[in-house]
Design a protein. Structure first.
Length: 183
């Protein structure tokens, strides 16, 4: 059965098709939620809530983007909602190895080779919450500023500004943690 056929069946509340779609995407969406939410059980809850919302809003899915991208946006939104409600900190970078962090094509900065993945994770976790969200969504999840503005309910200008400031703080924290005195 084609993906579009499965989705159409899901729109008709076909439980078998819903289970098939769930099985196809649950592991990947769990990984997305886990990057935001620390606890494995909480990440599972976020994914469950995201699927419930996705199935209830499936009539709004118009195939302008792939189903996976549409669902991922729901999972990210649910993760952020969960974190806001619990006032928990974001978990950064589970399996991503960063040597270059770039925000724009012309705006690259290198992370010193001595800086470890744990240093980067710690530095992102120490960022103010409003910067954490934008840094995670842009650098880790790969969203652009238009998408971030929709997800967080801020303007694109605010997204760019928060990313810029978050990157500066992140770079400063990584430099300070590495050298102890800064530049």
């Amino acid at each position: 059965m084609l993906q579009s056929d499965i989705i159409e069946e899901c729109k008709q509340n076909n439980r078998k098709a819903q289970l098939q779609l769930y099985s196809q995407y649950c592991d990947g969406m769990y990984c997305v939620a886990k990057r935001f939410v620390k606890d494995a059980n909480d990440a599972e809850d976020v994914v469950q809530e995201a699927f419930i919302k996705a199935f209830s809003k499936l009539h709004q899915y118009k195939a302008e983007v792939t189903f996976g991208i549409w669902l991922k946006r729901i999972v990210v939104n649910k993760s952020i909602d969960f974190l806001k409600s619990k006032k928990q900190r974001l978990v950064a970078l589970e399996e991503v190895h960063l040597k270059v962090i770039d925000a724009e094509d012309n705006d690259k900065w290198l992370v010193d080779d001595a800086i470890t993945l744990n240093d980067v994770k710690k530095a992102i976790n120490e960022l103010p919450e409003k910067y954490q969200y934008v840094v995670m969504l842009y650098l880790i999840e790969g969203y652009d500023h238009q998408e971030i503005s929709e997800i967080l309910g801020v303007s694109e200008v605010a997204s760019r500004t928060q990313l810029y400031r978050g990157k500066l703080l992140l770079q400063e924290r990584l430099t300070l943690s590495n050298y102890g005195t800064g530049h």
